[in-house]
Write a protein that binds this ligand. Structure first.
Ligand code: DGP
Length: 123
């Protein structure tokens, strides 16, 4: 691993370990879910692997259980929030072009209102 891709913990690891407060909705041995601090829609939850994996590009076969759990937990939370019937969007940003701000994989669960078009059209 090159110096510029050093794995440094983010604030999310401290949230997972409950060293920092969050509005946590779910935690098990593989993943944790908590509300985004700057919600873009009525439901905006982040679902993260407990293990620090910086980006989707760093995922290995060993992470498949956690990656799959992120989806089943997304489904559970959508039901808990009562947004499953109308639907929702799941987003994982990766690195610079994906506009990933926190280098600890996180899936955004967004719903409770129409999320709008998939991406803004480019000129
Ligand atoms: P992304 O751009 O995909 O890396 O999204 C990062 C999200 O993380 C962004 O929507 C705001 C959220 N976030 C950043 N810091 C914190 C925090 O300390 N607590 C919580 N709950 N969310 C945070």
């Amino acid at each position: 691993m090159s110096e510029d891709r050093k794995i440094e913990e983010t604030i999310f690891s401290k949230i997972i370990r409950k060293e920092l407060p969050s509005d946590m909705l779910y935690q098990d041995e593989l993943v944790t879910a908590f509300r985004d601090i700057t919600p873009r829609l009525p439901t905006h939850v982040l679902i993260v692997p407990n293990r620090h994996i910086p980006t989707v590009d760093d995922v290995t076969a060993d992470d498949e259980a956690a990656m799959g759990r992120m989806l089943t937990v997304a489904r559970k939370i959508a039901r808990d929030e009562g947004i499953e019937a109308n639907g929702y969007r799941l987003i994982i940003n990766c690195r610079e072009h994906g506009r990933q701000e926190v280098p600890h994989i996180h899936m955004h669960l967004l719903g409770g209102a129409d999320v709008g078009p998939m991406l803004a059209k480019r000129d």
